[in-house]
Design a protein around this ligand. Structure first.
Ligand SMILES: *Cc1c(COP(=O)(O)O)cnc(C)c1O
Length: 404
């Protein structure tokens, strides 16, 4: 019997995939042939790339590449162990100190990814007698961390601070700790979480305040310091998570806060304790990236200028980019709402054939009937590239009946 012969044990997976195919939402991975750049090749086709989180072009910045190569030559390709056994290299500590200074906090711990930073932190700082107040659109890694903590999860309506307060009042007399948690920037709609109001609410109720700044890192605040800086809430947010995988251009996640928070996570966060630390090249890359944020703020200015231009032109063309039955984007994340999942996927495929890479996103990642193309601007897109993408979007949308 060959390895490929069907076995009944996994027949339910085949059935689930057949259902995706019937819905028109099954996808094949698009394969990048060259670098993550504004114009690049996927599956052999040249496209204008509107799908990447490489907000500031750092994934291929020459200084970051140099830093990675130098660290590899000096320290090898792997760290050889988890952080708590033998895998803490000096360069890991340098990165943590650098981020802590950048974010103006006492201390920082770096995780292997933003996902593990969220999941590892939420699950270790709370227990089953505690309560987590979570925005309904928070990222999957927060939800998984909340489930792993075994705390009671109280979901509040998207960005609804009053609803969050009502839910806090439901558990007012309970002895357990309370954690209020929100994304700084919501990854599917691009709107900004009410970090200022939620932090004030948390303060009033003695709750821990936590923010996930995956899409805010390098994008919001002075030099990309994130949502806490954007709202001027320094010292009011107990736990700040960020990612090194998006604007920072490499891979990883971090948690910023008090020295004791970080020391506790060193002792209790399971991804930190049970999964190997970054290769030295990754740490070196990230250190160089934070230097670039300080030294080349014009990248962030270009990112926002491109965002204003592109979103303005989309609105002018009549696209629904949120704000009516979905949240309104306030950042470079640009949802182009189509509605039906099948239609969004068809739009995405047609755009690709015409040289524009825009990922189609459907249920369950976004609500049923709110399927979309999610476009993300970067500082590195030229006006000519954006104009060509806009022309293609409009032409294909008209052909498919998405625009009238
Ligand atoms: C991408 C993302 C993460 C995960 O970050 P990675 O570094 O890619 O693991 C966490 N939270 C939010 C809101 C994200 O968008």
């Amino acid at each position: 019997m060959s390895d490929a012969a069907p076995r009944p044990q996994l027949a339910h997976l085949t059935a689930a995939l057949d259902e995706l195919r019937a819905n028109g939402t099954h996808f094949k991975l698009r394969i990048l042939d060259d670098q993550q750049a504004p114009v690049c090749h996927y599956d052999g086709r040249q496209v204008i790339n509107l799908a990447s989180n490489n907000y500031l072009g750092l994934a291929n910045h020459p200084r970051l590449i140099e830093a990675a190569l130098a660290a590899t030559k000096a320290f090898g390709v792997g760290s050889g162990a988890v952080r708590t056994i033998a895998g803490t290299m000096r360069i890991h500590m340098e990165l943590e100190e650098k981020i802590a200074r950048f974010k103006n906090v006492e201390a920082c711990v770096v995780f292997q990814s933003g996902f593990t930073a969220n999941a590892g932190t939420v699950s270790s700082i709370l227990g089953k007698e505690d309560f987590i107040l979570s925005d309904e659109l928070n990222h999957a890694s927060i939800i998984d961390g909340a489930r792993l903590s075994r705390a009671k999860i109280l979901v509040f309506r998207h960005k609804d601070v009053e609803h969050c307060e009502e839910r806090l009042q439901e558990v007012e007399g309970e002895p357990g700790k309370k954690l209020v948690i929100t994304d700084g920037v919501f990854s599917m709609d691009g709107d900004i979480g009410p970090v200022d109001k939620l932090a004030a609410l948390a303060e009033k109720h003695g709750a821990i305040m936590m923010v996930d700044d995956a899409h805010a890192s390098g994008v919001l605040g002075r030099n990309g310091r994130g949502s806490v800086d954007h709202f001027g809430m320094h010292g009011k947010v107990d736990v700040q998570v960020g990612t090194l995988s998006k604007a920072i251009g490499a891979l990883g996640g971090y948690v910023c806060g008090s020295r004791d928070l970080i020391d506790y996570l060193y002792h209790r966060a399971r991804p930190f304790l049970f999964s190997t630390s970054h290769p030295p090249s990754v740490a070196a890359t990230c250190i160089a990236a934070f230097d670039i944020l300080e030294q080349e703020p014009e990248r962030i200015e270009r990112l926002w200028a491109n965002t204003r231009y592109f979103q303005g032109e989309l609105r002018r063309a009549g696209f629904n980019i949120g704000g009516v039955t979905t949240p309104a984007t306030e950042t470079p994340i640009t949802p182009i709402i189509v509605g039906e999942g099948r239609k969004a996927m068809e739009f995405s495929r047609a755009l690709f054939d015409e040289g524009v890479m825009g990922t189609g996103i459907a249920f369950p990642t976004v609500p049923e009937g709110k399927a979309r193309i999610r476009a993300i601007l970067t500082s590195e897109h030229t006006k000519a590239q954006l104009d060509q993408a806009l022309e293609t979007l409009e032409r294909v949308a008209k052909r498919l009946g998405i625009l009238g």
